[in-house]
Design a protein around this ligand. Structure first.
Ligand code: SIN
Ligand code: MN
Length: 267
């Protein structure tokens, strides 16, 4: 459960850590079986792709779905987050990105902390995301791409897209804050880009300031990933003028109690 010193060092150096096959095939099957239900309920938390209208993702279902509620409390999730953030943690955001075969669209380059700071009032980048692969992720189905080490230093310069009032523009394929091309080139220079891949059940832990994005899914296989963001309880959101909905940015900074490594199946 505890990350090794080498793993902690790699996360601090690179801003991400891949743990292959962290959840079992049975656990993956259990979570996948919930997808029709969580993607099947029309609500403001269900996001659709701009052109095709297919499901792009859904937010906040850890509050209603017992399997995903169990997941976010799992010691296997909470303990590494506590270790890397050096404090108690709570779930700031939970989403399942569908990235469906042939139609799953791009996530433009961005740094999560910029959105959480600007939109939600998150004071410091003391948050991280654990991405859990519900499908095998390969080079063809739109893996997350990351710029190693880009979480060190200042946030990248961005230009704000015109006509992007409202929280929906923080979730679409054309993001509200766009990293400038020259800034991206500078960030990648000397660092390169990586796209960690692995079988379903693998997890990718990444820093709230790491520069990342993903290409459209041109393969015939889905790339569904569950993304749980843990924030330090010492880094609770400040008041903002027009807060995004609770399903995008939780204002309940209550420490999670990790639950044992028992099955994800609801009791
Ligand atoms: C994200 O950056 O929040 C999601 C990216 C992806 O699902 O590829
Ligand atoms: Mn992101």
């Amino acid at each position: 459960m505890k990350l090794t010193d080498d793993q902690v060092e790699a996360y601090e150096r690179d801003g991400f850590l891949l743990l292959p096959a962290y959840f079992s095939a049975d656990e993956v099957a259990l979570m996948r079986a919930e997808l029709p239900a969580v993607f099947g309920v029309e609500s403001p938390a269900l996001i659709r792709e701009a052109g095709s209208g297919v499901v792009r993702g859904v937010h906040g279902v850890h509050e209603s779905n017992p399997v995903f509620a169990a997941l976010v409390h799992q010691a296997r999730m909470v303990e590494p987050a506590r270790q890397l953030l050096d404090s108690d943690v709570y779930v700031h955001q939970f989403k399942i990105n569908a990235k469906l075969a042939l139609v799953g669209d791009v996530w433009e380059w961005h740094q999560d902390f910029l959105f959480w700071h600007e939109e939600d009032g998150m004071p410091e980048p003391r948050a991280l995301t654990i991405g859990l692969f519900l499908d095998d992720v390969d080079e063809f189905n739109g893996p997350l791409m990351l710029v190693p080490g880009s979480h060190h230093g200042d946030l990248c310069e961005v230009s704000r897209q015109p006509d992007t009032e409202g929280w929906a523009s923080t979730l679409t394929s054309s993001l509200k804050y766009q990293v400038r091309a020259d800034t991206l080139a500078d960030a990648v220079d000397g660092r390169g880009i990586v796209a960690p891949k692995g079988p379903a059940g693998s997890v990718l832990i990444f820093h709230s300031k790491i520069l990342h994005g993903s290409a459209p899914n041109m393969s015939p296989r889905n790339r569904t990933i569950v993304l749980t963001t843990y924030n330090s309880v010492d880094n609770a959101l400040a008041e903002v003028a027009d807060p995004r909905p609770e399903f995008l940015a939780s204002r309940r900074a209550v420490a999670l109690t990790p639950r044992g490594a028992e099955s994800l199946a609801p009791a």
